[in-house]
Design a protein around this ligand. Structure first.
Ligand code: GLU
Length: 249
C-alpha cells in the first residue's frame, strides 16, 4: 500500500507555494497508485505556533483539490494526526532509545551551551555539542527526584557511513562525524522534529517520504533513528525547491 504524507508546521499563516507543490506531488503519487495521502500537523514548535494556521492549511488544500484521506479533522486509522496530541508516544520511544544505548540524558544548561557555541564560532568551528553528558549515564528517575531538568540527545556513532537512497538523487553518503548529538526530546517533554517525524512516519505506515530537498541534511539523523528502533526505512524522495529566476527561494 502506497502511503504518502505532507507534514506542515503551523508556523505561518498558510501553506506557501513550496508546500503546495510538495502536497501536489504527494497527492498525485498516492492517487496514481491507489494509495492514501495523509496530512499530519507538526505543531511541536510551540513558540512559533500561529493560531488558526492549521485550519487554513486544511482549507487551502481543499480549495486546490488536494484533500487528504487522513488528517487531524477527518481522523483515520492512526489518529491523532496532530503531533501535540501524541506526546506520550514520543516520550515512550525517546526513553526506550536511552535504555537501548542509542540516546542519553543531558543536563547541560542553556548558558553553558551558549558559551560553548561562542567559543566554537570564535575558533571558526561548526557549532556542535561537546558530548559532556554522553558517558555520564544519568538516570531519569534520579534527575526527576532531584528536579533537575534534562533533555534527551541522540548518541551519534563515530566514524559511521550513513547511506541514503533517494528516489531522485540516487545514493548519497554521509559521515556520522559531521552530525551533532541532536536533542530529540526537550526538557518540556516535547519532541524535536527529528524524533517525531520518524516515529510518526513509521507508525502511520508512510511508504514514501516525499519532501523538499532542504530536509536532505536531516535525513542521515532519521536513518540512524530508524536503525536504532530496528524499523524498515521508507523510500525517500527529496524534491527540488521551487526558485525564482534569480535562484532565491
Ligand atoms: N514539519 C516539516 C515542515 O514543516 C516537515 C518536513 C518533512 O516533510 O519531513 O515542512
Amino acid at each position: 500500500m502506497i502511503r504518502t504524507r505532507i507534514a506542515p508546521s503551523p508556523t505561518g499563516e498558510d501553506l506557501h507555494i513550496g508546500n503546495l507543490y510538495t502536497a501536489l506531488i504527494n497527492w498525485v503519487f498516492a492517487r496514481k497508485n491507489k494509495g492514501k495521502f495523509i496530512v499530519r500537523i507538526e505543531d511541536t514548535d510551540r513558540q512559533r505556533l500561529v493560531l488558526g494556521a492549521e485550519k487554513q492549511i486544511i482549507k487551502t488544500l481543499k480549495d486546490y483539490g488536494l484533500e487528504a484521506d487522513e488528517d487531524p479533522k477527518k481522523g483515520g486509522p492512526y489518529s491523532p494526526y496532530r503531533q501535540s496530541e501524541r506526546l506520550a508516544i514520543y516520550q515512550k520511544y525517546a526513553h526506550l532509545l536511552v535504555e537501548k544505548g542509542f540516546a542519553y540524558y543531558c543536563i547541560c544548561s542553556k548558558e553553558k551551551l551558549e558559551k560553548l557555541r561562542k567559543e566554537q564560532q570564535a575558533k571558526k568551528q561548526i557549532p556542535k555539542y561537546d558530548g559532556y553528558c554522553r558517558n555520564l549515564n544519568l538516570s531519569d528517575t534520579d534527575l526527576e527526584k532531584k528536579k533537575i531538568p534534562y533533555v534527551i540527545r541522540l548518541k551519534i556513532p563515530k566514524d559511521k557511513k550513513i547511506i541514503i537512497k533517494d528516489l531522485i538523487r540516487g545514493q548519497i553518503i554521509f559521515n556520522s562525524n559531521d552530525l551533532d548529538d541532536q536533542v530529540i526530546l526537550k526538557s518540556d517533554g516535547y519532541p524535536t522534529y527529528h524524533l517525531a517525524v520518524v516515529i510518526d512516519d513509521h507508525l502511520m505506515q508512510v511508504s514514501h517520504v516525499i519532501r523538499a530537498e532542504e530536509w536532505l541534511p536531516s535525513t542521515p539523523k532519521h536513518v540512524l533513528l530508524y536503525q536504532a528502533f530496528g524499523w524498515p526505512l521508507p523510500i525517500f524522495c527529496h524534491l527540488p525547491i521551487l526558485r525564482n529566476p534569480d535562484r532565491s527561494k
